[in-house]
Design a protein around this ligand. Structure first.
Ligand SMILES: NC(=O)c1ccc[n+]([C@@H]2O[C@H](COP(=O)([O-])OP(=O)(O)OC[C@H]3O[C@@H](n4cnc5c(N)ncnc54)[C@H](OP(=O)(O)O)[C@@H]3O)[C@@H](O)[C@H]2O)c1
Length: 249
């Protein structure tokens, strides 16, 4: 049977690793990107190495007005949708004593991690329900959304909103043919984190995450964490607020 995957933000390192894995598993792939040039090599690589098609569609997740057109131009209803857009705070914003002055960057983080995604995912849900096909929606969120921290208040709170929204649509679609899977990632070595000194032991590669994503889809999981992050976050969430507020991480 022909299987197809729609990967939102194909230029993400995790998206690219997952696209390669899915192409090996005989999925035809549609990638989206706001800078289509950045995905051209991946499209060529997948088209050259697999027997399946690979397409590229432009999409900026902040451009709400383009979403209806996006869905009406989709060639086929996918079996799997991987949702990858994400934006972290700049070092300047994190280190600033006047974070409120960065309103444009804060707005952009919220539009990329939360408001754009929840509008897009609402339309995706309607589209998949109407196509009446079995499918998985896999949403990349972050452990940063599990408890607000000093180091990434805007990224963390927008990912918290995204995790909460994915829980809502999972419940709404609970009796349907559509699985909604939230992948809560800890550290992963990608473009997003290459300026950080990440501890090896608890850091995953994009290829390891691709396998987690594929298994979560096959087993119709609800929420999955990478590496040891479920245990780490269980402990972090248990720290009483009067101690947590004095910690500096
Ligand atoms: N790496 C980690 O440690 C980590 C941890 C927790 C969660 N995550 C999440 O995992 C997902 C993938 O990130 P990654 O680690 O693979 O990093 P990445 O390689 O930097 O990917 C980030 C992706 O977000 C896309 N993006 C940014 N703004 C966008 C917009 N306005 N519209 C559409 N796409 C946009 C980027 O596209 P462009 O190429 O066009 O900029 C890129 O494809 C993100 O949601 C991230 O928050 C990552």
């Amino acid at each position: 049977m022909n299987k197809s995957a729609l990967i939102i933000s194909g230029s993400s390192d995790i998206a690219s690793a997952t696209a390669r894995l899915l192409a090996e598993k005989e999925y035809s792939i549609t990638l989206t990107s706001r800078k289509t040039q950045s995905c051209k090599d991946l499209v060529k690589e997948i088209s050259d190495t697999s027997s399946k098609n690979c397409f590229l569609i432009p999409l900026d997740i902040r451009d709400f007005d383009s979403f209806d057109n996006f869905f009406s131009n989709l060639k086929e209803s996918p079996d799997l949708v991987l949702f990858c857009p994400g934006k972290m705070e700049s070092d300047e914003l994190i280190s600033s004593k006047n974070r409120g002055h960065f309103s444009q960057e804060i707005n952009d983080i919220v539009a990329t991690n939360f408001s754009g995604p929840i509008i897009f995912l609402s339309k995706l849900k309607d589209y998949l329900v109407n196509s009446d096909k079995k499918a998985s929606i896999i949403i990349l969120s972050s452990v940063a959304g599990d408890r607000g921290r000093l180091k990434n208040p805007f990224y963390g709170s927008s990912k918290a909103g995204l995790s909460s929204f994915s829980s809502s649509i999972r419940q709404e679609l609970g009796k349907s043919k559509i699985s909604v899977i939230t992948v809560k990632l800890g550290f992963v070595r990608t473009k997003m984190t290459n300026h950080l000194n990440l501890p090896k032991f608890i850091t995953s590669s994009p290829e390891q995450i691709a396998k987690i994503i594929y298994q979560a889809h096959k087993k119709k999981k609800n929420v999955v964490y990478s590496k040891f992050w479920f245990s780490i976050m269980t402990i972090v969430k248990l720290i009483p607020e009067f101690i947590f507020k004095r910690m500096n991480f």
